[in-house]
Design a protein around this ligand. Structure first.
Ligand code: HEC
Length: 187
């Protein structure tokens, strides 16, 4: 092999391995259509129509009062039912809705969720600790909060301050209050 050929070969190997790395990095960051390369989380549109309903909570009084309706993609539900784990990229959305109550033919003081949305909470599973410098990511998840006046911006800047303390009781279930989700329970 001439000197020139081997230099060319070395350069091509260098370039190719660089390309390979780029592809690997992109694939690594391509784990969720709701997360960009910097870890910015967006709220999925139309999730009520396209995702599976995991379950609902009813909070009778206080700031968070009303129904907390929780959703995930069917693929994430299926994976959980098979493995008992949330797969990398799994997304969980919790929508808070105000409630009304009235007497119905089923009973008195029956509660139902009305049209007023209060806010949305989102968790996205990240098994690879992809964004160590982004304070919305850690402990295996990306954590986000969207308000109704601008549902394109995650207003939570630090999940350790805004989310984690309240999720401690669910730490052993990967921080998720799994008991509220009959859809994830084995039949
Ligand atoms: C005041 C306590 C509190 C805070 C603060 C809080 N959570 Fe939660 N979260 C809960 C509780 C309790 C549940 C389940 C019961 C309910 O909704 O009432 C829950 C449920 C959820 C769910 C549904 C899946 C699950 O874990 O059961 C998501 C998603 C969620 N929270 C995300 C967040 C994110 C993201 C933040 C921070 C931006 C956050 N939460 C802050 C207490 C809290």
């Amino acid at each position: 092999m001439s000197k020139l050929t081997s230099v060319c070969l070395a350069i091509s190997i260098f370039i190719l391995s660089g390309l390979n790395n780029t592809y690997a990095d992109n694939a690594e960051l391509d784990f969720s259509e709701f997360v960009d390369g910097k870890g910015v989380i967006s709220l999925p549109k139309d999730f009520r129509k396209t995702m599976a309903h995991l379950g609902s909570w009813f909070v009778p009084t206080g700031e968070a009062s009303g129904f907390h309706d929780v959703y995930a993609r069917q693929v994430d539900v299926n994976h959980y039912l098979e493995s008992g784990k949330f797969q990398d990229g799994a997304i969980i959305i919790k929508e808070l809705r105000a409630s009304s109550s009235a007497d119905y033919t089923t009973g008195t003081n029956v509660s139902f969720s009305n049209a007023t949305i209060k806010q949305w909470f989102v968790m996205i599973k990240d098994s690879n600790n992809r964004f160590p410098d982004n304070k919305s990511w850690g402990d295996g998840w990306g954590w986000a909060l969207f308000k109704t006046d601008n549902h394109t911006v995650n207003v939570s800047m630090d999940y350790k301050k805004d989310c984690l303390g309240c999720h401690y009781p669910a730490k052993n279930n990967d921080w998720v209050y799994i008991e509220g989700y009959p859809t994830l329970a084995k039949p």
